[in-house]
Design a binder for this molecule. Structure first.
Ligand code: HEC
Length: 501
């Protein structure tokens, strides 16, 4: 049977294979013009084609070593045929890889090493094909027992190593360097070069989360770093490190701190997926709306790498997104306190005195109080009934009631008062003095009262105050202007549209 092996034809096909290999090297090393449409198409088959040489060559090498180690016998011509087919497949896959690269957008060390490993696979496979040929010829009389030279063994081992390296580096290019290592135990992961970045599995104190590291970089890792990372940096842009984000790409900066609209990176992610400059390209899954919102917000707040969530001012949109992530609401002011919920019988008794009580949200400890009759507000009986829930009173609405300066003494008992409505009451500057020391008071409405400029020093001294309403009060335009000047950020509403009144 061995005598019938068609040596002439075997030789011809091997010569053709060698020519193909030389052409592959020419393609890889000589500068080429623009890739043709057909080449670009062929290039896209690279990720598919690479599986052929892997399967064929690993199969062949497996059989080869199976024989060598004496586990069983596979006919040497069959093994040689597998290697031969595998070598053709390796040349074709490498060729497609070069075409894919020529299509543009690839660069960086990762691509270079993958290319070298891929060329090594093709070269070593062709080498083994020729070594097999020699062996087949020698072994005519006994195919199974033909001597295997040391170079044959070495070439087969190197071929296997090159396959593993090329496959691994190729995988890194498609899936990102962490793909394989992601679920490995720590030491193995470090060995394989994974970054070992840890996810925030449990968040004890969301306010202390760094915005960039916790919310921005993970999105870039997931959607951008496979092309803009250590193994390849398309557009010469790396998005896996702060340095890379600062350095920008071919066309310079991609982030302008404080100005998302002027940031190239933001422009790219906002483009419709079909736009040729859209990121990620080719209709790949891009950032989610939530991820994009957080990224833009991070740039807007100054693109700082150590800003924490609690120090960044949130827009309503951002709060909404953060709430969706379960890290939205950082209690501030009285809501950060550990106040116990009010005693419900005390609330019932309080209502019985003619004060309407409203709970501020289901889980809140706090209540809002309002006199249900404006002509008998804050009687001694009512004040006594407020006492047991004084720590829970956050909002007090006395607007339009007969409350006067003496009645306002009640606020001194309310340590957590946050909003106070005094509009259209008989309160004067004298009563306002009772507000001194209300450290959580954020809102005071004095519309339609006789309060004058001399009350403003008290208001100015309220640390948490955010808004004060002074329309139709005794406060002068100058007084209001002075307050605004001394407390920038405080809303001083005098009802004046523009300068008037
Ligand atoms: C599939 C690969 C791929 C992915 C994924 C990808 N990019 Fe790109 N990116 C490219 C290529 C190729 C270029 C260069 C061509 C160009 O400028 O359009 C580029 C260029 C850029 C540039 C311009 C750099 C410069 O200075 O010219 C920015 C900004 C950018 N990408 C941002 C992103 C962001 C943000 C993501 C993730 C949401 C992302 N890219 C995901 C392939 C990718």
């Amino acid at each position: 049977m061995p005598r019938s092996l068609p040596y002439a034809r075997m030789f011809t096909t091997r010569v053709l294979l060698a020519i193909a290999l030389v052409a592959l090297y020419a393609q890889a090393l000589l500068p080429g013009g623009d890739a043709s449409g057909l080449a670009l198409l062929f290039g896209r088959f690279h990720p598919l084609l690479v599986h052929l040489p892997i399967g064929l060559l690993v199969g062949a090498l497996g059989l080869f070593w199976w024989n060598r180690l004496g586990f069983g016998l596979a006919a040497a011509p069959a093994v040689a045929t597998l290697v031969h087919l595998g070598a053709w497949a390796a040349v074709a896959a490498a060729w497609a890889g070069l075409d894919l690269e020529a299509g543009g957008g690839y660069g960086g060390d990762g691509v270079l090493y993958h290319k070298i490993a891929g060329m090594a696979v093709a070269t070593l496979a062709v080498a083994v094909v020729f070594l097999d040929y020699g062996r087949l010829r020698q072994g005519i009389e006994g195919v199974h027992t033909a001597p295997v030279t040391r170079s044959h063994k070495l070439a087969s081992l190197l071929l296997f190593a090159a396959l593993v390296v090329a496959g691994h580096l190729g995988g890194n290019l498609t899936h990102g360097p962490d793909f394989l290592a992601e679920h490995m135990p720590g030491p193995l992961r470090t060995l394989l070069g994974g970054s070992g970045r840890v996810a925030f599995a449990s968040i004890e104190d969301p306010g202390s989360l760094p915005v960039y590291a916790a919310l921005v970089q993970p999105a870039l890792d997931a959607r951008c770093v496979s092309c803009h990372g250590a193994s390849q940096a398309k557009g010469k842009l790396r998005l896996d490190t702060p340095e890379g984000l600062i350095a920008g790409g071919t066309n310079g900066e991609v982030i302008v701190a404080g100005q998302p609209d002027a940031s190239e990176l933001v422009r790219r992610i906002r483009l419709p997926a079909s736009h040729e400059e859209a990121m990620p390209p080719d209709g790949r899954a891009g950032l989610s709306v939530a991820e994009a919102t957080l990224l833009e917000w991070w740039i807007e707040t100054g693109a700082s790498f150590d800003l924490t969530l609690q120090d960044a001012e949130q827009t309503p949109q951002v709060s909404f997104v953060l709430q969706g992530l379960g890290i939205g609401a950082f209690p501030t002011g009285i809501y950060a306190l550990d106040t116990a919920p009010p005693d419900s019988t005390a609330l019932v008794r309080l209502e019985a005195t003619g004060i309407s009580v409203l709970r501020l949200g289901e889980s809140e400890a706090y209540v809002s109080l309002r006199c249900s009759r404006s002509d008998v507000c804050l009687t001694p009986e009512q004040v006594a009934a407020i006492d047991p829930v004084a720590a829970q009173v956050a909002w007090l609405d006395l607007s339009g009631t007969d409350v006067d300066d003496a009645g306002l003494a009640v606020v001194e008992r309310l340590p957590h008062l946050e909003r106070l409505h005094l509009q259209r009451t008989r309160i004067t500057d004298e009563g306002i003095r009772r507000l001194v020391g209300r450290e959580y008071l954020t809102y005071v409405n004095l519309y339609g009262t006789a309060v004058t400029d001399s009350a403003l020093s008290v208001l100015e001294g309220l640390p948490a105050l955010e808004s004060v309403y002074l329309w139709q009060s005794g406060v002068s335009v100058e007084g209001a202007a002075r307050l605004r000047e001394r407390r920038p950020g405080l809303l001083v509403d005098t009802g004046a549209a523009a300068g008037g009144q």
